[in-house]
Design a protein around this ligand. Structure first.
Ligand code: HEC
Length: 159
């Protein structure tokens, strides 16, 4: 019995290695860590969870927006290594974000992500922080007014 058990475990390290999130593709990591809320392709309930598809790239117009993406608690505290989170975020911003990333925007580096996720936005109102940026993005960077959908009517109303 014992021998069978040992044999059964023999393949386990290899399996665990294969299942380490850091070794999954950025899309697989996105699906595991973010997809439940943000949807398979970056769209779920737009009023309760902001759309990422064709939208998230606008934040990279602002230095604060670039940091915001990494410092969001759901991002900073995700169960990912710094390397995996960097790949995941570049997938989210440059692939799901589509054409909305400003020209010349650099991909996130592991070092940048590693530093930023260590100062998560836990001391500020996320809603207000976001609203201020969204106003600037729409007024000055011609961002889609779809950015205003999130939060619309979901605080204390029947929607
Ligand atoms: C529990 C649900 C949930 C999970 C899980 C989640 N998010 Fe979010 N996400 C939100 C909500 C709600 C917001 C709006 C700001 C806030 O309250 O965090 C948001 C905001 C964002 C934004 C900013 C978009 C905008 O328009 O303001 C980005 C980028 C983002 N999430 C990416 C991710 C990534 C990447 C992951 C996975 C590592 C992730 N999120 C996991 C719910 C979630």
């Amino acid at each position: 019995m014992f021998r069978v058990f040992v044999l059964a475990l023999a393949g386990l390290p290899a399996l665990l290695r294969a299942a380490t999130p850091g070794e999954l593709s950025p899309r697989a990591n996105y699906l595991l860590n973010c997809g439940g809320c943000h949807g398979l392709n970056g769209v779920s309930n737009s009023r309760l969870v902001p759309d990422l598809k064709d939208q998230v790239g606008f934040f990279l117009n602002l230095a604060e927006g670039r940091r915001y993406v990494v410092r969001l608690p759901n991002v900073a505290f995700s169960m990912t290594t710094d390397e995996a989170l960097t790949g995941l975020l570049n997938y989210v911003v440059f692939t799901l974000g589509g054409a909305e990333v400003p020209k010349g925007a650099r991909p996130y580096t592991v070092r940048e992500v590693s530093e930023l996720r260590r100062s998560p936005l836990t001391e500020v109102s996320l809603v207000q922080t976001r609203q201020a940026m969204v106003r600037i993005l729409i007024d000055q960077y011609h961002a889609t007014t779809g950015l205003r959908l999130y939060g619309e009517g979901n605080y204390g109303s029947s929607q």
